[in-house]
Design a protein around this ligand. Structure first.
Ligand SMILES: [Zn+2]
Length: 229
């Protein structure tokens, strides 16, 4: 199996739908009232909202499921000062990450939304989002090391890319060298996954030498990873 395939399988898949404009009546699970979600109108108004969001309490309907069993739990967090303040300063995806965190979902789910949040962040938000994503990915590395090296390589590749995007070249380089050493040490049998990972790390080294912070190693809608601008 190719590393890219493993990446898509192992990492939490986030629904990236809603690419076409649509209008739909939704019911907010927090206050039980209806609201109209119109993605085209939002776009025209310059509102960056991929998911339906209640105009009253700011709850984001980010997954296809019934929220009822979670209503009380969610409600407390959504109505908190912390969440209500975030409505003015943070992106929708960042707030989804925080809802997921407050709901004590698995760390990997939280991290998946953090990564997505970096993609729609403005320059002010970016460093905060990316730094939080790095910190939590480092926790994922610790957890995944018990599953084997190639699995722990996956969050490492993401961290390296985030470090470089922040201009933290020294941190990026250290992790590249550490990861390469780890792969070479474990690679007894000409494994294609390891080869692919080494190729990605070498490409990261080239970008580091150029001090390139723009070119990123990212997932597309199909969950495949590649370098792009
Ligand atoms: Zn609401």
């Amino acid at each position: 199996m190719k590393l890219g395939t493993i990446l898509s399988l192992v990492l939490v898949l986030i629904c990236i739908g809603f690419s076409r404009g649509y209008s739909k009546e939704e019911v907010c699970p927090i206050d039980g009232k209806k609201f109209e979600f119109n993605s085209k109108k939002n776009l025209a108004l310059g509102i960056n909202q991929k998911y339906p969001e209640c105009p009253r309490c700011g709850f984001v309907l980010f997954e296809v499921r019934s929220y009822n069993p979670y209503r009380e739990k969610f409600k407390q967090y959504i109505m908190s000062d912390e969440y209500q303040k975030m409505r003015k300063t943070e992106t929708q995806t960042w707030r989804i990450a925080k809802i997921v965190e407050a709901d004590q979902r698995p760390l990997e789910t939280y991290v998946g939304y953090l990564e997505e949040a970096t993609l729609s962040a403005n320059s002010k938000q970016y460093s905060k989002y990316a730094k939080e994503a790095i910190d939590r990915e480092l926790d994922v590395v610790k957890r995944w090391e018990s599953y084997g090296d190639i699995v722990a390589t996956i969050p490492r590749l993401i961290i390296i890319d985030l470090y470089r995007s922040l201009g933290e070249f020294e941190n990026a380089k250290n992790m590249i060298l550490e990861t390469k050493k780890m792969i070479v040490k474990e690679n007894n049998n000409d494994n294609t996954n390891y080869k692919e990972a080494l190729g990605i790390l070498d490409k990261q080294l080239v970008l580091l030498d150029k001090k390139d912070i723009k070119r990123r190693y990212l997932r597309n809608k199909e969950g495949e990873w590649s370098f792009r601008n």
